[in-house]
Design a protein around this ligand. Sequence first.
Ligand code: CTP
Ligand code: MN
Ligand code: MN
Ligand code: MN
Length: 385
Amino acid sequence: PKPCEVTPAIIMKSYACQRRTPLKHHNSFLTEPLEILAENAEFSENEGRSLAFRRSAAVLKALPRAVRAMDELKDLPCLGEHSLRVIKEILEDGASSEVESTRQSEQFQAMKALTGVFGVGVRTADRWFREGLRSPLDLIHTGQKLNHAQQAGVQHYNDLNTPVTKKEATVISDIVERAVKAVLPGAIIILTGGFRRGKEVGHDVDFLITHPEEGAEERLMPKIVNWLDEQGLLLYQKTTRNSYLESKEGPARPPSNMDRFERCFSIFKLEQTKVNSDTQVEASSYNSSTTDRTEEYHSGSTWRAVRVDLVVSPYSQFAFATLGWTGSKLFERELRRWAGQEKGMSLSSHALYDSKQQRYLQANSEEEIFTHLGLEYIPPSERNA
Ligand code: CTP
Ligand code: MN
Ligand code: MN
Ligand code: MN
């Protein structure tokens, strides 16, 4: 190395919400293995352990270059003993034995397959695993009792485990826009979740809906759902009412960080037209419910199932809802942790409460929320922690 070549010191803040984390980074060879261990910890409901691995991975995602040696990590926050051990092994041997044996383990693979069914959480998957089940097919063969969501999850398993493309998200955006505008003119619809952060693919498409006239958004979801259903665009939907006003826990602290907006977890029936053996997506022809699938196939048209999340927020909470539904999940957790531990504030997707001043802080934009929190503004594309 040239004697005058100095590696500039990297200043790495310890909360992910204080840093810029781009989608594409230089350390996937380390972050993917660490996230396998995080996922495995989630499968055994060890949240603390999972969070430690996720935080380590997030620090590496924010680095401006690939890590080559352990001494480059000495001034970085959040890297625990266990994560460092894994990183060291990968740097020295090209792989971590713990990660590789986790990847290969029957339990990890079964939990991955079973939680990959829409409507199935870790608890249920773990119970099934202990009963000897390993895959979605086993659920059918053993005649497991499934709720409506899980039935749809099994039925559309392959489609729902096929990543949603940006192009498909755009087609779905057009459909949702048409539905919402038809039932509430003047409504505002934004794409949230991973696609707002610039992801090329996602496991679903997330939307947030509001109306500038406070109250106009009340009970909007059933109308949107009816419209979509009448067009034959829904394979499954579960709408939950807004329970924010009835909640007794205090607005900024709903249990388990779940928000209380009117929401709909759905599965869309997305038309696809095959053109020159290249699969193209298209807005639905609106007669799909009356069209026989064989006929669709022969006419070159078919469909696939796509997960879509719809959330309705009152205008006064829209900035908080936008911030809360843009993610990433770790970025959101870190924002709430920062608010609580560093600012004596309580942040949710509904509001920001300042415990010292004993009052709610209003905001009309995400920028204002970052300012209230004493944080530099981080745009959505840099929230990929
Ligand atoms: N979210 C939430 N409450 C839920 C589910 C999700 O507040 N019950 C928020 C998450 O915190 C996240 C955003 O909604 O900020 C999007 O969640 P999700 O769709 O699960 O993840 P994405 O980041 O969009 O990634 P993917 O591409 O896998 O969908
Ligand atoms: Mn870079
Ligand atoms: Mn999403
Ligand atoms: Mn979602």
